[in-house]
Structures are given as C-alpha cells and as structure tokens.
Write a protein that binds this ligand. Structure first.
Ligand code: NDP
Length: 334
C-alpha cells in the first residue's frame, strides 16, 4: 500500500521534501467498515490549505498522514453488507493505494455506468462541477443579458462556470493565463471574450476588462484573488454580485496578498458572497443530475488532465500552481 505522506508543512510553494512516498501493508477492514482500492484521486488547490497548520473548514492534515484527497475507487474488502467488494465508491480518502472507510464516514456508492470514465465523478459530476453549478446558479442567480466575468476561466471550475453562464443567457468574459488558454476559452467553452492576465499591471488588465464590458460586470466569479481581482473590482456594474470561490494566487504566498480596491464594492453597492461547496452536500443529487443532463445534451464539457502514478503526485499537484493543468486535474492511482 503506497502512501504519499505529508512530512513537513510547506513554507510558501510546496517542495518535494515536504512529502514522502512509503510502502505499508494493505489494511484490513475495521468492524463495520471497508477498504477502498483508490483508482483516481482529485488534485485540488484546497489541498494546499489543508497542508498548513491552520484550522479552517477542515482540520489540517496531520504531519505523517497521507495527503487527504477525494478519490473514486472500488471496495477491496468489506465488513459492511452495504458495500460489497467491486462496488465503485466516492469518498474523502487520501493519496494512497488503499484507504480505510470507517462506518458512518463520507464514502458513497456511485454508478459508473452513467459516465464515460469513473474519473468524471471527480470532475463534472464532482465537487468542482457542483461548485460551478451552485456557486453561479444558486448564489449569483444569473439573468439573461447580464455580463459575467470569470477568473481562472480555463480551469476546472472556471471553464464550467463560463459555460453555465452561456446557458443562462449571459455575456461571458474569461480571464486566464496565456494565449493558448484564451483560445480554448473561445473555441472549446464558448466564452464571448477571453483576456490574458499574464504580465499585466492592474491598470492594464482593468482597461482590457473595461473595453470588453463598458457597462461593467453584473457578476464576478472569483477563483484567483490578488491583482486579477483588483482589476475586476474596478469594473463592477451597479449592484454587482461577486462570488468569492477561490484565491489561488495567494495559496502559496508567505503573506496574504489582500485586495486594494474594496472601495469599489461600496461605490457600486456590490455584494461579495463567500462560497463553500461543503455547504451544499444535501443538494449534490440535484446538481449532479442537472450537470449530467447538460453533458448528455452536448451543452457542457469539462476537460480532465489525467496524470499517472502515485509516485508522480508532487509534480502533478504543482501543475495547479504553474497553470500547466488543462482541465480538472486528476491523479490516476491504479
Ligand atoms: P483549476 O483547474 O482552475 O487550476 C488552477 C488554475 O489556477 C491554474 O491552471 C492557473 O491557471 C490558475 N493559477 C494558479 N496560480 C495562479 C496565480 N498565482 N494567479 C492567477 N492564476 C493562477 O483549479 P480548480 O478549478 O480546481 O480551482 C479553481 C479555484 O476554485 C481555486 O481557487 C479553488 O480553491 C477554488 N475552489 C473553491 C471551492 C469552494 O468550495 N469554495 C471548491 C473548488 C474549487 P492560469 O494558467 O490561467 O493562471
């Protein structure tokens, strides 16, 4: 049972020495529980936060434990009649070959016959797909004709938010890093405008947003924070809704970067609303059903960036911060 352990808390950007790959015996099922053979693991920006020694919506990953991750896999051995060997499951487990599922834990059966690949339960039907669904549709309530501005637009969450914005009848502007990602925003995801933020000052980026949205953005879906968010705040329409979903630009920063243009929220009588997908667990079924239908109808696509092998967990994870990932980042384990 290979396990990818967190052995030191990263200072700034994680380095290989913060982790260690070890081999341990395959565990046996605890009373009433079972063992999951992990097949695919979700690599998420949130894992960087769980590596810090800071209490948040989840406790920190204890040092010496495998890195917590949502996985899909099959039941390997079981002491629970509801989970027979071979059954596919989704749960909060870890970057390891085999995970122990305790009775009453967060592991649920999934029907992989519904999707082309079981990994889809980590992407379009998983937390990132549902983040886009509830974050945009439930929190921002987009109306036809409104302008939606999305940062981190070519990523897993951002690319789906943009497509859902189009389905809702919005004009959608995406901000992403590099010409290739900007091309994909238009060609693959149907955004109306794509803006490359790389190497631009707040003023220059703000001017580009203003040119694309002269009347300002009614909705900002924020995945990035920092300078990108500061440029967006200079382009709010009156009563704009800002969904604060992520701040990836500061996850590796030793000091939090902060936002300088908050005055604009006052001037534009805007609302900033913090979004956490964990708050929507009771409604996952509703969201997943809607997403599955749009995928089946050819109205929604989510690309997956599948990296192979637990031994490559570190470079795979770092793709999120270099921007190398093209779509939902997933680690194939076995
Ligand atoms: P993505 O697939 O979007 O991958 C991360 C992307 O972020 C990279 O590809 C890169 O794109 C961009 N990025 C990385 N570093 C920086 C930086 N310093 N400045 C600007 N952009 C950067 O990941 P996800 O879709 O999984 O997550 C996107 C965001 O959504 C994250 O902030 C995450 O924390 C948040 N999230 C929040 C949830 C919630 O419940 N609140 C749930 C799920 C995700 P580029 O090349 O364009 O720079």
């Amino acid at each position: 049972n290979r396990q990818f352990l967190l052995v030191r808390r990263p200072q700034g950007a994680p380095v290989p020495e913060d982790f260690r790959l070890v081999d341990t015996p395959i565990p046996t099922p605890p009373p009433g529980g079972f063992i999951v053979r992990n097949r695919f693991a979700s690599l998420d920006p949130a894992q960087r936060g769980w590596m810090d020694d800071a209490e948040s919506y989840m406790p920190p990953i204890p040092l010496g434990d495998p890195v917590r991750a949502t996985t899909v896999g099959t039941v390997h051995a079981s002491d629970n009649p509801d989970f027979q060997p071979g059954q596919w499951v989704l749960g909060v487990n870890a970057l390891e070959d085999y995970s122990i599922a305790l009775p009453g834990g967060f592991t649920m059966p999934i029907d992989v016959g519904l999707v082309p690949s079981p990994s889809n339960f980590l992407s379009v039907l998983g937390a990132v797909g549902l983040t886009s669904y509830f974050g945009l549709l439930d929190m921002a309530k987009p109306q036809p004709g409104e302008t939606l501005l999305v940062s981190g637009a070519a990523g897993a969450v951002g690319s789906v938010v943009g497509q859902l914005g189009k389905i809702a009848g919005c004009r959608v502007i995406g901000i992403a890093g590099g010409a290739d990602k900007c091309r994909r925003l238009i060609e693959d995801y149907g955004f109306d405008v794509a803006i490359d933020y790389k190497g631009k000052t707040v003023a220059a980026l703000s001017a580009e947003i203003a040119a694309a949205a002269p009347d300002g953005a009614n909705i900002v879906f924020e995945n990035v924070g920092g300078d990108v968010m500061d440029a967006e705040l200079l382009n709010l329409a009156l009563n704009a809704r800002v969904v604060l979903c992520g701040l990836i630009s500061e996850y590796n920063a030793p000091e939090k970067i902060g936002i300088r243009n908050l005055w604009e929220v006052i001037a534009r009588q805007a609302t900033i609303h913090g979004f956490l997908i964990a708050a929507y667990v009771d409604r996952f079924g509703e969201g997943a059903a809607a997403m599955a239908q749009w995928v089946a109808d050819g109205k929604l696509r989510m690309d997956e960036d599948i990296q192979e092998g637990l031994e490559h967990a570190y470079p795979a994870f770092m793709r999120l911060f270099s921007g190398a990932n093209t779509g939902k980042l997933v680690l194939k384990i076995g």
